[in-house]
Write a protein that binds this ligand. Structure first.
Ligand SMILES: [Zn+2]
Length: 311
């Protein structure tokens, strides 16, 4: 992606292209922003601008061989350490091998070498010491783009040698544009953007897995056991590794709680054009059921509770 195509972050993409044009881009920089605000996308767009074979105005062309391999994430002069979602410290060996050793070799394809280090706050002191070799005297054409959710959590030795740039949280319209670009229907993108809180993390997956159709039909009543079965059947059937110590029942309640949240959001959006009393009544019902979930009620009973009682 080119910098000018990055959605959000105000004037920062423009500032970066101007620094590139003047040859003034710092060799080490830290992008700070909330999870899901697009730090990695921004870092990759910067890398592409630096590696492009025919850049214009400090930005990539989007078409040259270098841009094409960047788009495929296979540029030999752009290395990226594992994403922070792994949670683990950045291993010393990896930092040494992927960044430090590589930084002192010549570029294979272009004129620069770019290293993207996500979650730089995970860097332990020993690995940071290794990195100092590059930070203190960066080889010509070498750029370290580090990202973090919290610059205050980054070791001072690193922070003091890098320029800090803050990425703003995404606005709701920016989130909607990003989701639409990822292929979500515009209406769905707009709806999800309202619960985004500055970040696109997990939003499109979240939308895909909520069984909205069945939930909404239950909410419109009357009780239909086949529909209840359909919803309950989509709850997790085993506890994934990421759930840690949670029991299956707790995991099912967690997922159902998220579905109910999404359902409330959707109903709130319907308030504008619909019979407000009916919609408020539905929202009330969902909120009551959320409360029941907290009281450890069985998920099957809670889903049944969505439907209006037949009189
Ligand atoms: Zn290019």
């Amino acid at each position: 992606m080119r910098l000018r195509e990055v959605i959000g972050h105000g004037g920062l993409p423009r500032l970066i292209t101007r620094l590139i044009v003047r040859g003034r881009l710092p060799h080490a920089l830290i992008l700070e922003g909330v999870a899901g605000c697009g730090r990695r996308t921004f870092a990759r767009a910067m890398a592409q601008a630096l590696l492009c074979a025919s850049p214009s105005d400090g930005d990539a062309c989007g078409e040259c061989p270098a841009c094409q391999v960047m788009a495929a994430n296979t540029h030999p002069d752009c290395s990226e350490l594992p994403h922070e979602s792994t949670g683990a410290d950045l291993p010393l060996d990896l930092v040494r091998e992927v960044v430090v050793d590589a930084a002192f070799t010549s570029p294979l394809m272009g004129v620069a070498k770019v290293f993207i280090l996500p979650g730089i706050e995970r860097l332990a002191p020993a690995a940071a010491n290794t990195l100092l070799k590059v930070l203190e005297e960066p080889p010509r054409g070498t750029y370290l783009i580090m990202t973090t959710t919290t610059a205050a959590g980054v070791l001072r030795t690193i922070r003091s040698r890098a320029q800090l740039y803050r990425l703003s949280p995404l606005t709701a319209p920016e989130v909607a544009s990003i989701l639409a670009r990822r292929g979500l229907a515009r209406e769905e993108a707009d709806r999800l953007s309202l619960m985004a809180q500055g970040s696109v993390r997990g939003l499109d997956e979240r939308s895909a897995e909520v069984p909205f159709a069945a939930l909404s039909r239950l909410l419109a009543g009357p009780l239909d056991e086949a529909l209840v079965g359909e919803v309950v059947g989509q709850l997790p059937k085993k506890v994934g590794e990421e759930a840690g110590e949670r029991t299956l029942a707790a995991e099912q309640r967690r997922v159902l709680a998220r579905w109910l949240d999404a359902l409330v959001q959707r109903e709130r959006m319907a308030l504008a054009g619909a019979d407000a009393e009916v919609v408020c009544d539905r929202i009330d019902r969902v909120l009551r059921l959320q409360h029941d979930l907290d009281r450890h009620l069985n998920p099957h009973l809670v889903v049944e509770g969505l439907a209006l009682p037949t009189r």
